[in-house]
Design a protein around this ligand. Structure first.
Ligand SMILES: Nc1ncnc2c1ncn2[C@@H]1O[C@H](COP(=O)(O)OP(=O)(O)OP(=O)(O)O)[C@@H](O)[C@H]1O
Ligand SMILES: [Mg+2]
Length: 264
C-alpha cells in the first residue's frame, strides 16, 4: 500500500476535492484497491461520498493505539464506488487531536501509521485528506504518508505559507518518516490568465518544491459535484476538471512508477 497525503495549511484550496477525486480515479480507472482516509474534522471527504455520520472513524484510530486489524476494519466503510473504501471523520477528530496532544506516554506521531499498517495488504493506495491545520492529526498524517501533494489556489498564493508547509514536511522526514517524498504542488481553480501564469512561473523559479504540469481549471462542475455527493468522473465525466484530475493522477502514478502495478 502506498500512502498519499493531500495537504495544505490553508483552507479552501481544493484538498478534499483533490483527495476524493484522485482516490476515485485510482479505483475506477486504474483498478486499484483504494482506501480514502478523511483526516479533517469537517468531514467533507465523508460527505462527498454520502457517508458522513456518527459512526467511528479516523478519531477512533487515533484514540486507541491498541487496535488490532479487526478493530481498524470495523471503521472502514464501502463508498458505493467499486474498489474505493473510506474511513470517515466528524467532530470527534477535534477531541482526538486534543487527547493525543495531551498524552506523553506514547509516540503520538505514529498512531495513524500504526493503524493503517494493519490493513496495508488490503489496499494498493491510501489517500488521506487533511484539514487546514498544523495539529497533531496533521503530524500523524505526514508520518503515515509516503507521498505528499500540495494543492494551491493561484489567487491565494503565498510563498510564506507554502514555505512553512515544506519545512514541516522536511521536519517530519528528518524526525520520524525518512521515506516521505514531497511529490509537488499543483494548481487548482486555475485560469489561463497572465497573473496566474506569473504566479506559476515564480513558484517554479523559486525551487521551493516541484510543480505538476497538470493544473485543475476553475470549473463550476466541481462545487456542483460536491452538492450531488458524486465524484467528478461520475457526475461530469466530460468536464475539464474531471479530465484534468485524470491527467494529474496519471502524472502522480508516473512519478511513483506504480502505473505498471509494481507494488503490492
Ligand atoms: N477546480 C475547482 N473549480 C471550482 N471550484 C472548486 C475547484 N476545486 C475546489 N472548488 C471548490 O472550492 C471550495 C474548496 O474546495 P475544497 O473543499 O476541496 O478545499 P479544501 O482545501 O479541502 O478546504 P478545507 O481547508 O476547508 O478543507 C469548495 O467549495 C469546492 O467545491
Ligand atoms: Mg477539505
Amino acid at each position: 500500500m502506498r500512502t498519499l497525503a493531500v495537504v495544505n495549511l490553508k483552507g479552501g484550496v481544493g484538498k478534499t476535492v483533490s483527495a476524493a477525486n484522485i482516490a476515485h480515479i485510482l479505483a475506477v480507472y486504474h483498478h486499484k484497491k483504494v482506501l480514502l482516509v478523511d483526516g479533517d474534522k469537517q468531514g467533507s471527504a465523508s460527505r462527498y461520498f454520502g457517508v458522513y455520520g456518527e459512526q467511528d472513524g479516523t478519531a477512533a484510530l487515533l484514540l486507541d493505539d491498541t487496535l488490532d486489524a479487526e478493530g481498524v476494519e470495523r471503521v472502514i466503510y464501502r463508498t458505493g464506488c467499486k474498489g474505493l473504501d473510506i474511513i470517515t471523520s466528524n467532530m470527534e477528530l477535534y477531541a482526538a487531536d486534543r487527547a493525543l496532544f495531551d498524552r506523553d506516554d506514547m509516540d503520538t506521531a505514529r498512531v495513524l501509521f500504526g493503524a493503517l499498517d494493519l490493513v496495508r495488504n488490503d489496499y494498493d493506495f491510501c489517500i488521506i485528506d487533511n484539514g487546514p491545520a498544523a495539529d497533531t492529526v496533521t503530524l500523524n498524517v505526514l508520518t503515515a504518508a509516503d507521498d505528499v501533494l500540495i494543492p494551491i489556489r493561484p489567487d491565494e498564493f503565498s510563498f510564506s505559507g507554502l514555505l512553512d508547509l515544506v519545512e514541516q514536511v522536511d521536519a517530519v522526514r528528518e524526525s520520524v518518516n525518512p521515506g516521505l517524498t514531497l511529490r509537488g504542488a499543483f494548481f487548482t481553480h486555475w485560469q489561463n490568465r497572465e497573473p496566474f501564469k506569473q504566479a506559476r512561473q515564480s513558484l517554479e523559479d523559486s525551487g521551493i518544491c516541484p510543480v505538476f504540469q497538470t493544473a485543475i481549471s476553475y470549473n463550476p462542475k466541481v462545487p456542483e459535484s460536491t452538492l450531488e455527493e458524486m465524484p467528478l468522473c461520475a457526475f461530469a465525466p466530460r468536464s475539464w476538471a474531471a479530465i484534468q484530475y485524470k491527467k494529474l493522477t496519471a502524472e502522480y502514478l508516473a512519478l511513483t512508477d506504480l502505473s505498471k502495478g509494481k507494488e503490492g
